[in-house]
Design a protein around this ligand. Structure first.
Ligand SMILES: Cc1ncc(COP(=O)(O)O)c(C=O)c1O
Length: 291
């Protein structure tokens, strides 16, 4: 089994499954992400998987996906490729979206229990990197009135770099075997990205989200690194949860929206990751980390 994570979660889960079934497991991860997501890297190693550091390009998720695909096509007779997001060739997108959809089945049951039905004015907020957790969160709500809001990584405020192709008007290009909106330079080469969150730091976006944007079924916006950090602090203080930096982007949008809404409106944010993996980054940026 061969897998690719940005933040390390997909690698952690895949290595756990490999351990259970006695399979060999290699996890391709950008060298920059190996450094910034240390707790998940340690968990992957503890599960007995081998981490393959990818040192090409930006040394992040995009390069890890490329390297893993190269390895897979050269060895496809005896390896399986597992991608932790709704990106890559068609079938991987379907497998990933289908399996993450379980989240929305559980959410639908909880919403009905809480409100009796899907509320008319309900917003489902989810951060978007490749787009798997958002697809999983929204799946059962496609045919309801729920507003679907995807939040991309706007990057540092003092920089033009971002990882937000849908919000920043990026053009259609081809990346990892699929046509999609993708951050690119004037010549159409894949452009550089930057985000405080390893899991959102990807120049492309699932074709599923491109479709949802084009058909206006979902709305996309972005939050900066700074806004995500502020949201992390506020949510940790008020809500007794400690979101990772990816969902902190979605919480930043919730914080922006909430003052404009009525108290009967409902916002649900998918807090899809835990801050522990980001403790080194948070400590560096905020001076301390407490969970
Ligand atoms: C906690 C968390 N949330 C979100 C993402 C973004 O990926 P996706 O957009 O596929 O959900 C990642 C990716 O690593 C992640 O670790």
């Amino acid at each position: 089994m061969w897998g690719i994570p940005g933040a390390g979660y997909a690698g952690k889960m895949l290595s756990m499954a490999a351990k259970k079934f006695g399979l060999k497991c290699k996890i391709f991860m950008g060298a920059k992400d190996i450094k910034r997501q240390r707790p998940n890297v340690e968990a992957i190693r503890e599960n007995g998987a081998q981490i393959v550091p990818v040192t090409s390009g930006s040394q992040t998720l995009v390069d890890a996906v490329s390297e893993c695909m190269r390895y897979w096509v050269s060895n496809c007779e005896h390896v399986h490729n597992c991608i932790g997001s709704t990106v890559g060739p068609n079938i991987f997108i379907k497998i990933c979206a289908w399996s993450t959809a379980q989240i929305s089945r559980e959410l639908m049951a909880q919403v009905k229990e809480e409100f009796g039905q899907v509320p008319k004015k309900m917003k489902l907020l989810n951060c978007v990197g490749g787009g798997s957790s958002a697809m999983g969160f929204w799946n059962e709500f496609m045919d309801t009135d729920a507003e679907l809001v995807g939040i991309e990584a706007g990057g540092p405020e003092n920089s033009n770099l971002h990882a937000a192709p849908l919000t920043n008007g990026s053009k259609i290009g081809i990346l990892h075997g699929a046509a999609q909106y993708v951050v690119q330079d004037k010549e159409g080469q894949i452009g550089s990205t930057e985000s405080i969150s390893a899991g959102l730091d990807y120049p492309g976006i699932s074709p599923l989200h491109c479709f949802l944007k084009d058909t206006k079924r979902a709305r996309y916006t972005s939050a900066s690194d700074e806004d995500a950090l502020k949201a992390f602090q506020l949510v940790s203080k008020l809500e007794n949860i400690s979101p990772s930096l990816e969902p902190s982007h979605a919480f930043a949008e919730a914080i922006r929206l909430a003052p404009k809404l009525k108290s009967s409106d409902v916002i649900i944010v998918n807090s899809c990751g835990d801050s522990l993996k980001d403790k080194d980054i948070i400590k560096k940026k905020l001076g301390a980390y407490k969970r």
